[in-house]
Design a protein around this ligand. Structure first.
Ligand SMILES: Nc1ncnc2c1ncn2[C@@H]1O[C@H](COP(=O)(O)OP(=O)(O)O)[C@@H](O)[C@H]1O
Ligand SMILES: [Mg+2]
Length: 298
């Protein structure tokens, strides 16, 4: 299937700061891709280049078959900037109606869009009275105008409470099911991993990892931890029998590689008369994220 968005060897330098270095990626129709990275990693710059708001130094970009910023690309791409600003004196309905007219759409559908993002009841209140989460939804309603083929959403869930986040991802699921390609940035892996098809990790302008969470987990090959609670008095036996075991408070902790996991568990199982409980703790999402986002050769 042809990609909605394809980027090859994109580089962007801001007066000596390498915001993006040789970045390549693609997003297919119906695909939800999360762009992850710490502050300053280059996420917003990449999005602005896709939109044609910032010119790349080198590299190739195809947005719905056109060059970034072309009229054809602009009509098919929606953008939610990182800090979307709206006119506080307008109501949500007035603001969205205005944006619809700007895009050459009939503003009669403005209320339906606001309903879709959960702002129906507040549509006739001034944006100045909205909470941060509500303003974020105005931004999302704005991004949905005109059935975009590609949605570029810069940290769309920052400021949203957990229920609003869930609603937001459900909305994205419905758009992706209709064939829209979605690229959203975040600095929280925990949040996006269950709700997107693929993860991209940027670190200091370089694409350091790409894949599903299972693929990233495998590639990172981080150690597994086991926390063992001994039956009273047997701690010393366990410490003596299992290499690398250490005492931490009232428990015995063991770390081993993924490859050693079963062998270590077998050693533990062999001592079952002396063990009250065992907890096996896989690397956390944050561990995996940190592993990649710091592995940047600096
Ligand atoms: N207009 C600009 N002028 C100079 N430097 C910039 C500009 N925009 C971004 N940068 C720099 O480029 C790097 C990447 O920034 P950005 O894309 O905003 O990262 P992120 O969105 O991942 O936090 C940072 O070092 C930032 O300071
Ligand atoms: Mg940013």
């Amino acid at each position: 299937m042809t990609s909605t968005l394809t980027i090859s060897n994109l580089t962007k330098d801001f007066g000596g700061v390498k915001a993006l270095s040789e970045v390549s990626m693609h997003v297919a129709p119906g695909e939800r891709v999360a762009l992850l990275g710490h502050n300053g990693a280059g996420k917003s710059t990449m999005m602005k280049v896709i939109l044609g708001l910032v010119a790349a130094d080198s590299g190739e970009i195809s947005v719905c078959g056109a060059a970034p910023g072309d009229a054809d690309a602009r009509s098919k791409v929606a953008y939610l900037p990182e800090n979307a600003m709206f006119h506080s004196a307008l109501t949500g309905l007035e603001q969205i109606s205005y944006y619809m007219r700007l895009r050459g759409e009939d503003s009669v559908g403005a209320m339906a869009l606001l309903d879709k993002v959960g702002l129906g009841a507040a549509a006739k209140r001034r944006i100045g009275t909205y909470s941060k989460g509500m303003r974020q939804r105005v931004g999302l309603a704005q991004a949905l105008i005109g059935h975009p083929r590609l949605l570029v959403l810069d940290e769309p869930t920052s400021g949203l409470d957990p229920v609003s986040r869930r609603d937001f991802y459900e909305l994205l699921d419905a758009l992706a099911a209709e064939g829209a390609a979605i690229l959203l940035s975040s600095h929280a892996l925990t949040e996006v991993e269950a709700r997107t098809d693929r993860l991209l990790i940027l670190s200091r302008g370089r694409m350091v990892a790409e894949g599903s969470l299972a693929e990233l987990r495998r590639d990172a090959a981080l150690p597994v931890a086991m926390h063992i609670t001994a039956i009273n008095g047997y701690d010393a036996d366990i410490l003596a029998a299992i290499p690398n075991a250490i005492r931490v408070n009232d428990a015995v902790h063991v770390t081993c590689s993924q490859d050693e996991k079963l062998a270590t568990l077998a050693q533990v199982a062999a001592m079952k008369g002396k063990i009250a409980d065992i907890e096996v703790i896989p690397p956390s999402l944050e561990d995996i994220y940190s592993h990649f986002s710091r592995r940047d050769g600096q």
